[in-house]
Design a protein around this ligand. Structure first.
Ligand code: ACO
Length: 265
């Protein structure tokens, strides 16, 4: 698929998106992905996660911002519990070759990891419940604008599972290990005001103001030079894992790249 030729078109066929419970809008540099199963509170399926990975692969190069939102009363109620209702794990890797199981889960995680890509800024627009995989999807984004009715919950341990959709690293980076242990191992609800205090939201707004707040943030992000934005995000993303010396070296490298792009021949 030619990435540049996709501007203004849906890179994934509409039928495939609908089957996965997703909606996709591309408006120049801004992509909006809507979790679109409101009657199930946007419960998520392996097909939805794989389709999100496909969207990440097919994004036009011009895209700078990706907004994730949920249709209806909630952002997402997490994994579709019907997956487990047959008592056999619903196609999830329960037995068999561990390498195959590893590959299977990696394929689902791919639906989340691309949201950290330096070339884009990903924004979760969260309202209502963001449970389990829904909380992890919000954590996978760079920024979180949340409505005042937001209720985060890392429910997995209460169901005998672990959070495995890339959420544990950002959660720990944001709230610290002890608070992450407390939140996950009690599976309690974190409401909007506490979420903001813990750094799990860049901004809390009244429910009816969520779309406007996201639009405001998008308008503030877009004027920044795309190359400088990508280089800066690359730097900031690696900062927690680098020593000071490594980070200083990374800053020099990126700045030389910027100077060359701006003034070099
Ligand atoms: N999977 C499948 N169906 C769901 C899910 C889900 N995760 N969440 C909600 N639904 C369905 C309900 O069964 C209900 O269906 P029905 O209309 O046929 O009865 C419909 O969506 C509406 O749900 P309600 O519970 O009536 O909606 P309400 O707004 O009162 O509550 C809430 C929403 C809090 C999200 C509640 O539905 C809930 O607790 N859901 C389960 C959450 C959960 O345990 N998720 C798994 C987390 S672990 C992980 O993600 C890996």
């Amino acid at each position: 698929m030619e990435r540049d030729s996709l501007d203004g078109k849906d890179p994934i066929p509409a039928g495939a998106l609908a089957e996965a419970g997703l909606r996709l809008e591309i408006e120049g540099p801004v992509v909006t992905i809507t979790l679109d199963r409101p009657e199930r509170r946007n419960a998520m399926t392996p097909l939805m996660w794989r389709t999100m990975a496909e969207i990440g692969d097919a994004l036009p190069e011009a895209v700078r911002i990706v907004v994730l939102r949920g249709a209806g009363p909630s952002f997402s109620s997490g994994i579709d519990l019907k997956t487990f209702s047959g008592g056999d794990g619903g196609g999830l890797p329960t037995t068999g070759d561990p390498e195959e199981g590893d590959r299977f889960i990696a394929g689902l995680q791919a639906g989340f990891t691309w949201l950290r890509r330096p070339e884009i800024v990903s924004i979760a627009a969260v309202h209502g419940h963001a449970i389990g995989a829904g909380f992890q999807l919000a954590l996978a984004c760079d920024l979180r604008i949340i409505a005042d009715d937001t209720r985060y919950c890392m429910k997995e341990p209460a169901l005998g599972l672990v959070p495995d959709l890339t959420g544990t690293k950002p959660l720990v980076e944001i709230v610290g290990v002890s608070r992450a242990i407390e939140i996950c191992l009690t599976a309690r609800t974190v409401e909007a005001e506490e979420a903001a205090r813990l750094g799990l939201a860049e901004r809390v707004v009244p429910r009816e103001g969520l779309d406007a707040a996201v639009a405001e943030l998008v308008a503030a992000l877009l004027p920044i030079d795309a190359g400088a934005a990508a280089a800066t995000k690359r730097l900031l993303r690696q900062a927690p894992d680098n020593t000071l010396a490594e980070q200083c070296a990374a800053e020099r490298r990126e700045q030389l790249g910027r100077l060359k792009a701006m003034f070099g021949g």
